[in-house]
Ligand binder design. Structure first.
Ligand code: PLP
Length: 403
């Protein structure tokens, strides 16, 4: 086979469809977020970032940066291997205690990312619980889908957020062990799951519950414990999965659950056992970030205010955006080429960075700009974004393309 030709042909097809992914070369500047430098053609242009998942700007918080720097200076850079071989760093244990406390669980277990946490945990539970059936929400993240697929467990897909469909499917499974996997905040549409109904249905059928709170931890609930904390349901959910890489501003993933569940995953998950652990400095920075957000609601309140202001300004400018109760503001374009063009013009003419979201991240025909306002966006930033979108909207007559 001519491998290179195969790769080139597939890539050029992707480009023809408008689905090829171009990444901006950004340089974040600590203390200046959401402003950054964009490297292009040998020059550095100033840009305002509008699509970061460092939702609260914690990646530049002095406590978080300080903990990372001090720990790297005290302990060096890497963890030195897997925890299986090199042992725990005390920083891993401290972070796991912090996470267990955040979710009101007995225990927590760290992974190198949220993706790996989902893949490894669902993969292990699906493979190691005899005869289990995994019931997965139709819009679950790729990492959950891959974990379930990898487990080779029997699976059922239930209609997105439709607890009645879940109820019907659970009832049809009789006495078999069942695991219900779902998310709280869905990252592309920004909609929030009917958690209470799902938990009640799962409890009625004796199913284990697995909740991905990746886009909610740090962001919702009085201590940033997520939607489950906000709705007083954390104690009724068996396994809560989260990331340290979004609102907490660092990197890494975890599950929080009973001591036996975490020990089970620790003992059987290859995605935990066979990979180098997070650096101690990363763990220390994440601990500092979680501690800060447990005690401070300031960032969450400021972020909500920014989201409300942006939505209001978009409404006044006649720019349609998908309604939801979260911090994610999807502006629908509905065409991959237009979506990319708008993103390029925003960057080149306005110094505004919003990455286009195209297939396969979202279904074809629902391409969009996914805007994530944060506490550090100023009134002037918002005015500039809405002004630019308004001009583009008129120029491209986009209303016809909007779903
Ligand atoms: N779960 C969901 C719902 C996500 O959207 C993502 C990433 O965006 C992940 C898991 C993976 O988390 P991480 O970025 O920490 O790997």
């Amino acid at each position: 086979m001519d491998f290179q030709n195969h790769f080139a042909t597939r890539l050029s097809r992707l480009k023809d469809e408008g689905n090829y992914r171009y990444f901006a070369d950004l340089e974040r500047r600590c203390g200046d977020f959401p402003q950054a430098g964009c490297h292009r053609d040998g020059a550095v242009a100033p840009v305002t970032v509008w699509c970061s998942n460092d939702y609260l700007g914690m990646g530049q918080h002095p406590d978080v940066v300080g903990a990372m720097v001090q720990t790297a200076q005290a302990c060096g850079t890497g963890a030195g291997g897997t925890r299986n071989i090199s042992g725990n760093a005390v920083h891993h244990r401290a972070l796991e205690s912090e996470l267990a406390d955040l979710h009101g669980k007995e225990s927590a277990l760290l992974f190198t990312s949220g993706y790996v946490a989902n893949w490894a945990t669902l993969g292990t539970l699906g493979a190691q619980i005899p005869d289990v059936v995994i019931l997965s929400d139709a819009k679950n993240h790729a990492s959950m889908i891959e974990g379930i697929r990898h487990s080779r467990a029997d699976k059922r897909i239930w209609a997105h957020n439709d607890w009645r469909d879940l109820d019907r499917q659970l009832a049809a499974l009789g006495d078999r062990p069942k695991l219900v996997a779902f998310e709280s905040v869905y990252s592309m549409d920004g909609d929030i799951a009917p958690l209470r109904e799902i938990v009640e249905v799962a409890e009625a059928h004796g199913a284990l519950t697995y909740l991905d709170e990746v886009h909610a931890v740090g962001m919702y609930g009085p201590r940033g414990g997520g939607i489950a904390e906000e709705r007083g349901l954390a104690h009724r959910i068996d396994i809560i999965e989260g990331t340290l890489g979004k609102a907490f501003g660092v990197v890494g993933g975890y599950v929080a659950a009973s001591a036996a569940t975490c020990d089970f995953i620790r003992s059987f998950a290859s995605g935990f056992i066979f990979t180098t652990a997070l650096p101690p400095a990363v763990a220390a920075a994440a601990t500092a970030s979680i501690r800060h957000l447990k005690a401070s609601g300031t960032e969450r309140a400021a972020q909500k205010a920014r989201v409300a202001m942006l939505r209001d300004r978009l409404d006044r400018a006649g720019i349609p955006h998908m309604a939801n109760d979260s911090h994610i503001v999807p502006v629908m374009i509905g065409d991959p080429v237009k979506c990319r063009q708008i993103s390029d013009i925003l960057m080149q003419d306005w110094g505004i960075y919003v990455q286009p979201i195209n297939y396969p991240t979202v279904p074809k025909g629902t391409e969009r700009l996914r805007i994530t306002p944060g506490p550090l966006h100023s009134d002037a930033d918002i005015d500039r974004l809405v002004g630019a979108l308004g001009q583009l909207w008129r120029r491209c007559a986009l209303s016809r393309a909007v779903a």
